[in-house]
Design a protein around this ligand. Structure first.
Ligand SMILES: Nc1ncnc2c1ncn2[C@@H]1O[C@H](COP(=O)(O)OP(=O)(O)OP(=O)(O)O)[C@@H](O)[C@H]1O
Ligand SMILES: [Mg+2]
Length: 364
């Protein structure tokens, strides 16, 4: 029999789908007959509420940080098959503030005593990299990172990956990345496919094949205190989370028979350094008949001044973002790494380029 596996769901960027994934992935694993414990490690207690738990609740994760109390007593059953829960409470926030220097192995110690009862333990982390998240990463075998499909989706990831790496080096050598999960994908938005391609280029087969699409039922279910399967089994969201759970189960079985880690290692990701010197205009630029490529050196920026939108398209191709009609953004990569990106911003007034600015983004 496989030993139990603990997965922390984390990204310190807020609102990217951590809790939605925690609730529906655990419910799906339970439906597929795996015994699952969901641990709500966010003082906002959205996970606990989303599964219909009445808050305040006597049981709470906070007691797992107290040596004298039993972890077993903090577990409650949910209405979903094979799914138990350790709820959160606002007291977790105090713990976060007051125990910075306390033992970071506290949660691992507590979970070690109960984990044999389960196939999967899933921790829903808060959008912070504080004491409780560090405890969670030390208790975990792997980390699942949801990434919302939007511009600059990877912003801030640097800090998260650095923290994971530090924890791997200093406290938890076995820690791995379970995968990057693309959430809230919307095929109607042109740039969404572009973002998926970019994530796959950087993170390779560490990106889950399953992509979670934007689906209104997923956002409605928590207000009914339930998961997507009880709320709307026929929805696309329910299909996506079932596929995700199957993918996680399959990957785990694959890993059982091999000593290789899947995908790039954390170190490889951090070192990835692509050297290009072009403006990365839209992939559609090849379809433009009279394309006059523009050498994007700073000294050439002035040549863009006062050009009309049509003239800019002739030189740079179609815009990378099409959200703001009067601010166009082109990605410029010169020695760009995953974490450092340059963007050329063109501001139009009366259909002519008024200002040109190179902005540098550091992710993290
Ligand atoms: N695939 C989806 N389709 C539509 N809405 C979604 C989807 N995933 C999440 N949402 C909605 O987006 C919002 C943020 O999601 P969620 O609470 O899961 O993010 P989070 O990362 O846990 O946030 P926090 O960082 O605050 O804990 C919620 O209102 C949720 O219902
Ligand atoms: Mg959350």
């Amino acid at each position: 029999m496989l030993k139990s596996k603990t997965i922390a769901i984390a990204n310190q960027k807020g609102g990217v789908g951590k809790t939605t994934t925690a609730i529906n992935l655990t419910s799906a694993l339970g439906i597929l007959n795996h015994k699952v414990l969901l641990i709500d490690a966010d003082p906002q207690d959205n996970t606990s509420l989303g599964l219909g738990t009445k808050i305040p609740c006597e049981k709470s994760l906070v007691h797992l940080f107290d040596e004298n109390s039993s972890a077993l007593q903090q577990i409650m059953q949910t209405h979903s098959p094979n799914l138990d829960l350790i709820p959160s409470s606002v007291n977790l926030a105090d713990l976060e503030i007051n125990n910075i220097s306390k033992n970071v192995f506290e949660l691992k110690k507590a979970l070690d005593k109960i984990k044999d009862k389960y196939d999967y333990l899933i921790i829903d982390c808060s959008p912070s990299l504080g004491y409780i998240s560090v405890n969670s990463f030390i208790a975990a075998d792997s980390i699942l990172i949801p990434i919302q499909c939007e511009y600059l989706a990877m912003e801030g990831l640097n800090k998260l990956l650095k923290t994971i790496k530090e924890i791997k080096v200093n406290f938890n050598k076995e820690l791995d990345i379970e995968g990057f999960l693309i959430t809230m994908y919307d095929k109607r938005l042109k740039h969404n496919q572009h973002i998926i391609n970019e994530l796959k280029a950087y993170f390779d087969d560490l990106v889950f094949k399953t992509v979670i699409k934007r689906n209104v039922s997923l956002s409605e279910a928590p207000s009914f205190g339930t998961n997507i399967f009880d709320y709307k089994i026929e929805s696309i969201g329910s299909e996506d989370y079932l596929n995700l759970s199957r993918e996680i189960i399959t990957n785990r079985n694959k890993m059982k028979n091999t000593t290789k880690t899947l995908g790039k290692t954390i170190q490889q990701i951090m070192n990835d350094n692509k050297e290009t010197n072009v403006v990365e205009t839209s992939i559609r630029k090849n379809h433009l008949k009279h394309f006059e490529p523009f050498d994007v050196k700073k000294k050439n920026f002035n040549k863009l001044k006062n050009l009309t939108k049509e003239e800019v398209i002739k030189r740079l191709g179609l815009v990378y973002n099409d959200i703001h009609s009067n601010i166009w953004m082109y990605r410029v990569s010169e020695r760009a790494t995953v974490f450092r990106k340059n963007f050329l911003y063109l501001t139009f007034i009366n259909n002519r380029v008024q200002s040109i600015e190179l902005r540098r983004f550091r992710r993290g």
